[in-house]
Design a protein around this ligand. Structure first.
Ligand SMILES: [Fe+2]
Length: 289
């Protein structure tokens, strides 16, 4: 995808919008915007007008994953690659483009059946963003909004598709007793997309938001405990991206991760490794609610 690409936005189908409003504001410290033309509730975390779009519905899972590229030429080039690979690519309708707040949009179903959108020209907010909860701010910029870990139907097919067709770059693997995961990058963020074959019904395992201070990780952990947000894993440090983070459950039952200190990839010097475990310390599982 080249260095200009990033994880631009995520659409979730959620059954309890009220719970999501509370969860987004506190503990996560996101800002809630006015509903989009299609009714989606937008959440903001940085200079982008929105990074999350919440749609009322029963699935409680990811509805679409939005990748952002630099310009119309990059979008056309990816559309061509997809079509040559036999993927059915559709252009976004005027209503979809308006709802997402982008200049142009294509979409297709990825090997996991996830609606995958590629766009350019996202709407930016008219004023800067300052979270009253995450005071150090979210680490986004050209590293995009964070990362997702997807529950793959086939890890091998998903890896082939994202690397060979879309041009994502392999970062590393975790190959432990419990987890066989693949990590791919599209910019210096260690991974924007990870996937593994997991014993889950949902397609999304978690979304990670990175903050600029370890204190915001700790304070978010404390707020989750105070507010009764169920933890999924305790604070720990990952072996591969070196991120210090914790995991909890969103109101939709898939997980979120709040992290700090992820290392960046420099493609000129990067060497792919296979890690024997997910974490150096911590990240101990907590019994599900
Ligand atoms: Fe993660």
């Amino acid at each position: 995808m080249g260095t200009a690409a990033q994880l631009g936005y995520l659409g979730f189908e959620v059954s309890d919008l009220g719970a999501w409003r509370r969860f987004a504001r506190d503990p996560l410290g996101l800002a809630i915007g006015a509903p989009r033309p299609d009714g989606a509730l937008p959440l903001r975390m940085d200079v982008h007008a929105h990074r999350f779009l919440l749609h009322q519905g029963p699935k409680d899972d990811v509805a679409y994953i939005g990748w952002e590229v630099r310009d119309a030429a990059a979008l056309d080039s990816l559309a061509g690659r997809l079509e040559r690979a036999g993927v059915t690519v559709r252009s976004g309708t005027a209503a979809e483009i308006l709802a997402r707040g982008v200049e142009s949009l294509i979409w297709f179903d990825d090997p996991n059946g996830i609606r995958t959108e590629i766009s350019h020209g996202p709407a930016m907010a008219p004023e800067p963003f300052a979270s009253d909860r995450m005071r150090s701010g979210f680490h986004t910029g050209d590293q995009g909004m964070g990362h997702v870990l997807v529950n793959a139907r086939s890890s091998a097919e998903t890896e082939r598709f994202y690397r060979e067709v879309l041009g994502f770059t392999l970062t590393d693997y975790v190959d432990s007793d419990r987890l066989h995961a693949v990590f791919l990058h599209v910019n210096p963020r260690h991974h924007s997309l990870a996937f593994a074959e997991l014993p889950l019904k949902k397609r999304l395992h978690h979304v990670m938001l990175e903050v600029n201070s370890i204190d915001d990780v700790g304070m978010a952990f404390d707020r989750c405990q105070e507010l009764g947000v169920p933890p999924q894993r305790t604070i720990g440090r990952h072996q591969n991206d070196r991120m210090v983070s914790f995991y909890g459950y969103t109101p939709s039952g898939f997980c979120f991760e709040v992290g700090w200190g992820g290392r960046a990839v420099d493609d000129r010097t990067w060497e792919v490794q296979v890690y024997p475990g997910a974490s150096d310390w911590g990240h101990h599982p907590v019994a599900p609610p």
